[in-house]
Design a protein around this ligand. Structure first.
Ligand code: ADP
Length: 213
């Protein structure tokens, strides 16, 4: 989406604001340019949402500012465009193995699954640190006794909005959500992705590079 408009695009916008609805032909006349020269600018302004065009009526100003259009765009981003690969451990794995997996896979949250690969729990860095404070034997302690378990897990699906996920992360004060797919009527959830604060940060970076998906 183009937020920084060129001088000519600003001029076109001004003309349409003052005299719209107005045909491309008339705008070209006012600028002493040909219709063909203006075509790319009109296409950009229309695609970005500043202008709208109606057949036989012409161009009119939508009244939306750059930041309103940006907000609209951000509110349309979905989880599937920003999710990462999920890292899972089995619920019978030891806390020791989970710690190793967290380091090897370089993630901050692990999802725990049962033998059918259905989501049963979640492990954060602090869950594992807490378990490591005492003198317990981490190699014989299964993750199932320290994980946060279903149904207390906040999840999302691939078609959910990124902004909804961001809200949940803040509201629940957590770092990540599993992206799940409902498997059958028994509320079984298959883990298909992971969305974290890092993925959300990428939205901001893409935004600054004018590269929103
Ligand atoms: P950390 O504990 O390392 O600060 P989080 O803030 O993500 O990481 O986790 C805080 C607590 O919330 C942990 O006990 C963790 O098990 C739990 N938790 C993490 N993610 C979720 C989630 N999506 N749904 C429910 N609980 C979660």
């Amino acid at each position: 989406m183009t937020i920084e408009l060129t001088g000519r695009q600003e001029e076109i916008l001004g003309i349409v604001k003052d005299s719209g609805p107005i045909t491309g032909e008339k705008i070209a006349e006012k600028l002493s340019l040909t219709r063909a020269t203006l075509r790319p600018d009109l296409a950009i302004l229309t695609m970005a949402g500043f202008l709208d065009a109606r057949p036989r009526v012409g161009y009119f100003y939508t009244g939306k500012t750059g930041s309103q259009l940006l907000t609209e765009k951000v509110k349309k981003l979905t989880v599937q465009d920003y999710q990462s690969i999920p890292i899972v451990v089995n619920e019978s794995s030891s806390v020791y193995d989970a710690i190793c997996t967290m380091f090897l896979e370089d993630v901050g949250t692990l999802f725990v699954v049962d033998k059918n690969a259905y989501l049963t729990g979640i492990l954060s860095r602090k869950d594992l640190l807490r378990a490591s404070i005492g003198k317990q034997d981490l190699e014989s302690m299964p993750v199932s006794i320290i994980m946060t378990r279903m149904p207390n897990i906040t999840v999302c699906e691939k078609d959910d909005l990124v902004i909804e996920v961001a809200n949940k992360l803040i509201e629940k004060q957590i770092d990540a959500l599993p992206v799940v797919k409902k498997k059958d009527s028994a509320n079984h959830l298959e883990v298909v992705g992971r969305i974290t604060k890092t993925n959300i940060t990428k939205v901001l970076v893409d935004l600054s590079h004018d590269q929103l998906l």
